[in-house]
Design a protein. Structure first.
Length: 206
């Protein structure tokens, strides 16, 4: 038992390093370059060891994608509970959502989505993962905002916020868009605060 546990721990550590390297390679070098051999070399793992965990490149990419979604969800879970009230509280929430949805994980996912758009088999595997992630993001946004999304108007506002976050992440792929992004987040969060809570209170007063 004592001999088995360290071996299992090493196997988990190797798998995690492999998945993290796959994500970094996809985000930095793109789909075409990120072959099994290239990823193995970048991870410092033999090709045979990679294939021990994932028999094909597609299996490795899908494993990395699932890991990626879990990591993105963890970033959202790690967002601190908002303090304060009014526009500034909503701004901190929107800013946190934008930061968590973008970054290296988004860039890696974008590479997979682009290929999946023309690959029916890959798309069939990716779409359920993306839907699961989208539901999770929506639920976390609802919790952080303290909103009641049973009302279509409230749900629409939250979905618009998440669409905005993805759009800003896409805009930042080619250039450093941080300054414009900060302005857009500030403007939208102010409008969201003024639109969201009156809608919630108006419905509850009826």
């Amino acid at each position: 038992m004592t001999d088995l546990q360290p071996k299992q721990d090493r196997s988990r550590a190797t798998r995690q390093r492999l998945l993290e390297t796959t994500i970094r390679c996809l985000a930095t070098h793109g789909w075409e370059v990120s072959t099994v051999g290239f990823i193995a070399a970048e991870a410092g793992i033999s090709r045979g060891a990679v294939q021990h965990h994932y028999r094909t490149r597609e299996a490795l990419i899908l494993g990395a994608l699932e890991f990626m979604f879990d990591e993105r969800a963890a970033l959202l879970d790690a967002l601190p509970e908002p303090t304060g009230a009014g526009d500034e509280r909503v701004h901190r929430i929107v800013e946190g959502l934008v930061d968590a949805i973008g970054g290296e994980l988004f860039q890696a996912a974008l590479q997979v989505w682009t290929v999946a758009a023309a690959d029916e088999e890959l798309r069939a595997a990716v779409v359920p993962l993306e839907r699961r992630f989208a539901r999770g993001v929506h639920q976390r946004a609802v919790r952080l905002l303290g909103a009641d999304d049973s009302y279509p108007e409230v749900r629409g506002l939250i979905q618009a916020t998440l669409d905005l976050a993805r759009g800003l992440a896409l805009a930042g792929v080619l250039t450093d868009d941080s300054r414009r992004r900060a302005r857009v987040v500030r403007i939208w969060s102010t409008q969201l605060a003024r639109a969201l809570y009156p809608i919630s209170s108006d419905f509850h007063d009826e």
